[in-house]
Design a protein around this ligand. Structure first.
Ligand code: EPU
Length: 418
């Protein structure tokens, strides 16, 4: 199993390119199930999760060919509707084949994803939403399944204690585009990745109004056609690089970002005393003086993204005072706290909050990566810590960051993959 050795304290300088958004490309690949024609998706990042989605689609009779940063997907055999446990259990996003399978093939058998280090993560809203459209879904032997389905438009409200649901909205949206009649999704998630999915579906011939808002109105069509589409840049990867630049950057240009997708994060950077200059789609950051303490509270878009919580906490460990992090999407997403404390941080967890007392410096140690974003936080901490930080189980990071070691090393970091 790969591990990273991060040699801390080296200044970063230069330009770093943002890849396509993982959380946009995964549901978009699943949406290829909705047509018989070939779809071409571009700006696809080279990630383990993307390969896993390709394997899931392969199981479902789709031909998936990679060509540089493009992927070509076409149906070749529509007889299998099972997404097996072996694949779904390695990547929760596999659940978003459920809506397209029901809509296009009238049947689906998709393994329940189960919990993960972020918490229980139920799929009740996916099931509720798809049931409203007429799918009689049952959970049997760990699989959610339905057959002989004919979907009809309906009014669907998607809301839980934690707000809307991103992939739940994606599933209902992908089902509704081929359902008979009109569907209204109230309290739809508004994340840019979902907006990207809606635009992709429109490029396939879907009729969707209200994209990028909490209310999506979909007029079902009989069939969809192929298209050629380029996905948006990854705002979480861009944010991660900006934090690297703030921690140890002489001057770092993050190229190809979409700042409009990052307003809440950029606001927090500003509050923390980090100067980020916006030059078109380039964001320029320099390491400054001591960071200011800053409170963050994660919310659905356009609020502060939970997927940047762990990385931003690294800045706070070095701030001049106390910062409070409140996690409102995944109350248990704090496994990185104990690992950052091993590096000398002073963080105390209380319920869904972490209280971060800024310290003078971090020092390298052996740490364990627990999930994708927590791993990124440990890499960031390693860049600024004194000495060597040895990060075990970095396979998590390869799920969602394209060559993070290669990209940061090109700026002057020294991260060894062993
Ligand atoms: N929830 C329910 N019932 C449901 C669905 C969700 O109670 O049926 C709860 C969840 O337990 C959570 C909250 O609602 O507390 C939000 O979950 P959501 O469904 O929005 O998450 P997701 O769609 O499964 C996507 C991203 C996550 C990201 C979240 C929140 C993808 C592939 N995944 O997950 O990304 O954290 O939205 O923005 O798009 C990551 O990239 O590291 C990652 C975890």
């Amino acid at each position: 199993m790969d591990k990273f050795i991060v040699h801390g304290g080296r200044a970063l300088e230069g330009s770093i390119q943002v890849s396509g958004a993982k959380n946009a490309v995964l549901p978009i690949m699943a949406a290829a199930l909705l047509t018989d024609e070939e779809v071409v998706v571009r700006n696809v990042p080279d990630l383990r999760d993307v390969r896993t989605m390709a394997a899931v689609l392969g199981e479902l009779g789709m031909t998936v060919d990679f060509d540089g940063d493009a992927v070509r997907i076409k149906a070749s055999d529509e007889s299998c509707c099972t997404a097996p446990y072996e694949l779904v259990s390695t990547m929760r996003a596999s659940i978003c084949v459920l809506g397209p399978l029901l809509a296009k093939r009238g049947a689906a058998r998709v393994s329940m994803p189960g919990g993960c280090v972020l918490g229980v993560r139920p799929i009740d809203l996916h099931i509720k939403g798809l049931s409203s459209l007429g799918a009689q879904l049952e959970v049997r032997r760990g699989y959610v399944e339905a057959s002989q389905v004919r979907l009809r438009g309906a009014e669907v409200f998607l809301g839980s204690t934690f707000g809307s649901t991103v992939l739940g909205t994606a599933n209902v949206l992908m089902a509704a585009v081929l359902a008979e009649g009109r569907t209204v999704i109230e309290n739809a998630a508004m994340e840019p990745e979902l907006d990207d999915l809606a635009r992709f579906l429109i490029a396939m011939g879907a009729r969707i109004q209200g994209t990028g808002t909490h209310r999506l109105v979909i007029e079902g069509v009989k069939e969809l056609h192929g298209c050629d589409y380029s996905v948006i840049p990854d705002r979480i990867e861009a944010g991660t690089f900006l934090i690297a630049g703030a921690l140890v950057g002489r001057q770092v240009d993050v190229i190809g970002a979409e700042p409009d997708h990052m307003m809440a994060f950029l606001h927090i950077m500003n509050t923390a005393g980090v100067s980020v200059e916006r030059i078109g789609s380039t964001l320029r950051v320099k390491a400054g003086n001591k960071f200011l303490p800053t409170d963050i509270s994660t919310h659905s878009f356009p609020g502060f993204p939970t997927d940047l919580q762990a990385q931003t906490m690294v800045l706070m460990t070095l701030a001049d005072g106390i910062s409070i992090v409140t996690e409102r999407i995944y109350p248990d997403r704090f496994i990185h706290v104990a690992e950052l404390n091993r590096l000398g941080a002073e963080i105390r967890k209380e319920g869904n909050q972490a209280i971060v007392h800024g310290v003078e410096a971090l020092s390298g140690a052996q740490v364990m990566a627990s999930d994708l974003r927590a791993s990124a936080a440990l890499v960031l901490a390693g860049l600024v810590a004194d000495g060597e930080t040895e990060i075990h189980r970095v396979y998590h990071i390869d799920r969602g960051y394209e060559g993070i070691d290669r990209k940061l090393n090109a700026l002057g970091a020294r991260i060894e993959r062993i």
